[in-house]
Design a protein around this ligand. Structure first.
Ligand code: ZN
Length: 145
């Protein structure tokens, strides 16, 4: 990468006082958000989630849907340090850390933590799209009759 020439310093964009709590339909308590579409000058994603080691066998949300795709991102200080059970359109899938699972737009989903060492996080990355509420459209197979 070239370092020649002069560059104008870009303004630093920082968000503090995180997380921001929002009430989400289907969730049993206000959800902690680390990114929302109105942060940092406007974002195409929202990121919500929490440390889950104290949430083993405790669902944080009833089955729910979003108009946009969501990615479950499961992180842990050690590989295999956390496992969640994801309910997706009536089927159950197991996700082990580190792992990511795509929730297609419009599908019914929720998760339960099955095990998690301290420092494990389950994050939901909502692909809200270029503007708030516009959404990234990911084709979703029609359910077969
Ligand atoms: Zn969701």
């Amino acid at each position: 990468m070239s370092t020649e020439g002069t560059t104008t310093p870009r303004p630093l964009s920082v968000q503090r006082d995180l997380p921001v709590f929002k009430q989400i339909e289907g969730h049993h308590a206000p959800t902690p958000f680390f990114l929302t579409t109105d942060m940092l000058g406007g974002l195409p994603v929202e990121l919500a989630g929490a440390e889950i080691s104290n949430l083993v066998d405790k669902p944080v949300a009833a089955p729910h849907t979003h108009e946009v795709p969501e990615i479950y991102l499961l992180l842990s200080p050690e590989p295999g340090g956390a496992e969640i059970e994801v309910r997706l359109d009536g089927e159950t899938h197991t996700l082990e850390a580190p792992g990511a699972l795509l929730i297609p737009a419009g599908s019914v989903h929720c998760f339960v933590t099955r095990r998690a060492i301290p420092g494990s996080y389950c994050l939901g990355l909502l692909l809200t799209g270029p503007g708030p509420g516009e959404g990234v459209r990911v084709p979703r197979p029609e359910p077969s009759a």
